[in-house]
Design a protein around this ligand. Structure first.
Ligand SMILES: Cc1ncc(COP(=O)(O)O)c(C=O)c1O
Length: 396
């Protein structure tokens, strides 16, 4: 079949199954491998991954990044690295049978799209092999990570993105992705070269996703995904978003806007705690900044902060490590003029940042609350922001 052939040619995996989305892959992986009461170490969590680790897998998600990862302004080229020493400490603390798997996410979504290095992936592979642990690679944005390795890691400057992607895949026991990113199509898949692991997951596919031949996707989508898998390693495509993000971040930096550096894959991220130092985390600065940006520009960005965290078991608020407003730049969508428009509006907003106040929940779902929750502006600050905008720039 075209799709399986594309996965084997590009990623080097012999066994593959489709699932209806990336989170469906996370559901199956945590259902099969997570140990109740155990842990899943990761370089950093993604929202849906954490939900599945903790709800489906009844495990705890452990984030074992280097401290540098939480510095929003940095020159460290690989803030998405996992700290090997911390992983060894986790292995010492929990017995091997309590660790479901070790997960590496290519360009850590919630750390501002920061990549890991090949050297780090190799080191984590070595530790996993030594301790009999399964290494899972979330490759939703693998090509952006590969392109950043090519740009930033010694010894990879003359390799192609396709070669780097294949090398990354060769280091993981199980690979999965959300199709909407690199392959530009709804859906997802899980792939491996380990028949035994594959056979453990396979029986659950028809229970939750669909029959083995389609796993919850339509044939049309699988056909499109086969094209997407082949196209995603194209150098122009793999570099497209990364180069635009670099341009966007540098333009904001030169105009004095607090933004995550170095530029990564996925998006340009505003540091909401620095942008709105007067808004406490309990009033969701990243959410407030996201709403404010929409009001003054029509740009739909995404809150990646405390709203994207769920409450703990006692119902207490869990403050996020970072409060980021993510302005995603998918491939093949934006032009430099779009970016210049965004830079202009963000600068206007920065000058008027004192008008922005916090938010409060008026409806709060119990899990992944950012998807469907409803929030209200404290003191109706949105109205004041609109008035200031109209006075200076006219009606929209
Ligand atoms: C890194 C990463 N993993 C997993 C997912 C979940 O995938 P999906 O949205 O297809 O369910 C996403 C979605 O944004 C993601 O960015």
């Amino acid at each position: 079949m075209n799709f399986a052939k594309a996965v084997e040619d590009v990623l080097g995996y012999k066994y593959v199954m489709n699932v209806h989305q990336g989170r469906a892959a996370e559901h199956l992986l945590t259902k099969v491998f997570a140990k109740p009461g155990g842990v899943i170490p990761t370089n950093y969590h993604f929202t849906t991954t954490k939900a599945h680790i903790e709800v489906t897998g009844a495990s705890t998600c452990l984030e074992i990044y280097y401290d540098e990862a939480l510095k929003t302004e940095s020159t460290n080229p690989f803030k998405g690295n996992m700290d090997p020493q911390k992983l060894l400490n986790v292995i010492k603390q929990y017995s091997r049978d309590k660790i479901g798997f070790v997960r590496m996410e290519a360009t850590t979504n919630l750390l501002g799209g920061q990549p890991f290095s090949m050297a780090n992936l190799k080191e984590i592979r070595r530790i996993c092999s030594e301790h009999g642990l399964i290494l899972v690679l979330d490759g939703s944005l693998i090509c952006e990570n590969a392109y950043l390795i090519k740009q930033r890691e010694k010894g990879y400057e003359n390799k192609t993105v396709a070669e780097i992607v294949k090398e990354m895949c060769s280091l993981a026991d199980i690979f999965y992705l959300s199709g909407r990113k690199n392959t530009c199509v709804r859906g997802g898949f899980i792939a491996t070269n380990n028949k035994e692991l594959f056979e453990k997951i396979r029986p659950w596919l028809p229970v939750y996703e669909g029959f083995f031949t389609y796993g919850g996707m339509s044939m049309r989508e699988i056909g499109a995904m086969a094209v997407g898998v082949r196209e995603m390693v194209d150098e122009d495509l793999a570099s497209c978003a990364v180069e635009q993000i670099k341009y966007f971040v540098n333009r904001l930096k030169e105009t004095g806007i607090p933004v995550v550096t170095p530029p990564g894959g996925l998006a340009c991220h505003l540091d909401a705690m620095k942008f709105l130092p007067h808004v406490p985390q309990s009033q969701y600065p990243a959410g407030a900044l996201t709403a404010a940006l929409y009001i003054v520009s029509g740009i739909r960005s995404m809150e990646r902060g405390t709203i994207s965290m769920d409450r703990d078991k006692e119902g207490k608020e869990v403050f996020a490590d970072l409060e980021l407003t993510r302005i995603a730049l998918p491939r093949r969508v934006y032009t430099v003029s779009h970016i210049e428009y965004a830079v202009d509006r963000i600068n206007w907003l920065y000058k008027h940042r004192n008008l922005i106040k916090g938010l409060k929940f008026v409806f709060e779902p119990p899990v992944l609350r950012f998807f469907d929750g409803r929030l209200e502006a404290i003191d109706d600050w949105g109205r004041d922001l609109c008035e200031a905008y109209k006075k200076e720039l006219g009606d929209y």
